[in-house]
Design a protein around this ligand. Structure first.
Ligand SMILES: [Zn+2]
Length: 595
């Protein structure tokens, strides 16, 4: 076989060209190629390169698979000599006849002086779903016979008198077969190729991306029928071309070389290999943002923004964060419970923020914490691996317990959708929407809880308790969440308010609740550096209808309250970096108290 190949110029030229490219292709794995530019349009270049190296690309007649065109060529006359070394140095001699001295057995017929047998060979290239078959030109040819079979059909023959290539389109995900034969001027088939299967795989289905920290992400995708492997390409925002990251047999790829605060685009291309050719299916692209989601650079972190961030975080950190809608405000906004970590963990803690409208800075703190803990899942905070902590204790957040109120403080009374509520608001308010503290019904939610409830104040004005305890939908939602979480060992509750940079954690009852509240309080003061509230709490005992007192005394769950910021509410965004610096790790550290 090798002997005949060597004598054969044209097929050899094709095979050699192919071999160079094939060398490229096989090296196209891992980091060596991470900088290789990829243009989807010219993807076929790689493919064309994927022709086999060995001589199976030019199969001889004897290895013809079944279903091949009839071979009229007589079997080549067997060279009689047993010595299988037809020395190549002997052949080029000007005397056309092989030296008889080489043949040890004199009884045999003299070797016929015949030209080396011409061999038909082709190579296949692909551009999207267009397949091109190119073959070598042979001498003394009357026609080339091109056979094509579609899945489920029969071979159809095309007689080609001129040219050395044939192109046709295929359907993705369907089998095709090609083979060729060639006839000489005497209408005898003298060479033919093997049968080649062509299969261009279908497009990759859904691609999922999951962030695994600041520099790491995981791609997963739906397997494609008959794909043997996948190429994974990446392009950073602003870059022109996709670069090959690697090749995977399984439908998963971890990229650990991300830059933070950059957007990326990935492309997955399925490849099916048939006889050494790699047929590329259509690529599926997927965007992945490695930027911080929760924006802390503008004054008003709105309900709508928060809602969008919650959904984006759930997508980005798939499986590590979940959310539930635990209730609806009077104006139809959702009260969210965002759960980070293992939602089935045996223990939990709860953070409730922004009962008071104008204190929305606290919602931004909570949402930033959620993102930060998710982003740090593969790292340590306060010496502990974050993922491990979150696996043992789920952290629940109600990041905006008064979404209607926040909307009023940020957008005015016109931000309320309900005409009925707006009409009432016009009546009960003193006109100042920015410093609004209550919900859209004018109730101060921190006076509406069923602990020492006392009907007091005037609707729309500070401290209005509502007509009865738990009269407000927002209150009911939080109470019901606490009751649910109690079944899962709710270890502690952190309340976020603003302003004053102070921590509250008094407890007049002795026992475990007091001890744990004290531990939470001490830790919060140590971490944030916020002021001691003991003196204040002595003077202002009571907590009529307030949430923290309800949790500590009625539900018997340890609880503290933090008042973030210094300036009057709504606090200016310029205070955020300092507030963030003090509160960044706090909730996770509080959770660690209960491991
Ligand atoms: Zn408050």
């Amino acid at each position: 076989m090798i002997g005949s190949m060597k004598k054969f110029c044209k097929p050899l030229a094709i095979v050699t060209a192919v071999a160079c490219l094939t060398g490229n292709l096989t090296g196209m794995q891992g980091k060596a190629f991470s900088k290789q530019a990829y243009k989807p349009e010219i993807g076929a270049v790689f493919l064309a390169a994927a022709a086999p190296l060995d001589d199976t690309s030019v199969p001889d007649g004897t290895s013809q698979p079944s279903g091949a065109p009839p071979d009229i060529t007589p079997e080549p006359v067997r060279t009689p000599e047993p010595s299988d070394t037809p020395k190549p140095t002997d052949t080029p001699k000007p005397t056309d006849t092989p030296k008889p001295t080489n043949t040890p057995k004199p009884t045999n017929k003299p070797k016929p002086t015949k030209k080396p047998k011409q061999k038909l060979a082709f190579r296949i290239s692909q551009k999207k779903n267009k397949i091109t078959v190119k073959w070598n030109k042979l001498d003394d040819v009357s026609s080339y016979l091109f056979y094509l079979k579609e899945q489920g059909g029969k071979f159809r023959k095309t007689v080609i008198k001129k040219g050395t290539k044939r192109s046709f389109s295929v359907q993705y995900g369907k089998n095709y077969y090609v083979k060729m034969a060639v006839k000489n001027k005497r209408n005898k088939t003298f060479s033919r190729t093997g049968k080649y299967q062509i299969y261009v795989p279908e497009k990759v289905g859904t691609v999922h991306t999951v962030s695994m920290g600041k520099a790491k992400m995981k791609l997963t995708w739906q397997a494609v029928r008959k794909a043997d492997y996948y190429y994974i390409y990446r392009k950073a925002a602003g870059q022109k071309n996709f670069a090959l990251l690697g090749k995977r047999k399984r439908c998963t790829f971890v990229d650990e070389e991300l830059k933070y605060n950059k957007d990326y685009s990935y492309k997955i291309i399925p490849v099916t290999e048939r006889k050494g050719y790699g047929y590329k299916g259509r690529g599926r692209s997927k965007l992945f943002s490695n930027k911080k989601l929760v924006s802390d650079s503008h004054q008003k972190y709105t309900y709508t923004e928060m809602e969008g961030d919650i959904k984006s975080l759930v997508k980005k950190y798939y499986g590590m964060v979940h959310y539930k809608v635990i209730g609806k405000s009077a104006d139809g906004r959702n009260i969210y419970d965002v759960i980070i970590g293992n939602q089935n963990a045996p223990k939990s803690i709860l953070v409730i923020s922004t009962l008071h409208a104008r204190e929305y800075m606290a919602s931004l703190v909570c949402m930033s914490q959620i993102e930060y803990y998710l982003q740090s899942s593969q790292e340590k905070i306060a010496g502990q691996p974050v993922e491990k902590v979150l696996n043992q204790i789920a952290v629940h957040y109600v990041p905006m317990a008064n979404p209607d109120g926040v909307t009023i403080s940020q957008s005015g009374f016109s931000g309320i959708k309900s005409a009925v509520l707006r009409k009432k608001l016009a009546k009960i308010s003193d006109g100042d929407s920015v410093r609004w503290k209550a919900n859209a019904r004018g109730v101060d939610l921190n006076h509406n809880y069923p602990y020492k409830f006392k009907k007091s104040g005037k609707a729309g004005r500070e401290g209005y308790s509502g007509k009865s305890a738990s009269s407000e939908a927002e209150t009911k939602a939080v109470i019901s969440l606490i009751q649910t979480l109690k079944q899962r060992q709710l270890k502690g509750v952190i309340n976020y308010h603003a302003t004053g940079s102070i921590v509250f954690g008094g407890c007049t009852k002795k026992g475990k609740v007091k001890e744990d509240t004290q531990r939470m309080y001490d830790l919060a003061r140590a971490v944030t550096g916020y002021a001691d509230s003991a003196a204040y709490e002595k003077e202002h005992s009571g907590g009529v209808g307030s949430l923290r007192e309800y949790i500590v005394y009625k539900q018997k769950i340890p609880s503290i309250t933090l008042e973030v910021g210094w300036a009057a509410c709504p606090g200016p965004i310029s205070e955020f970096p300092a507030i963030w610096g003090r509160n960044r790790t706090l909730v996770l550290e509080e959770a660690m108290l209960f491991l």
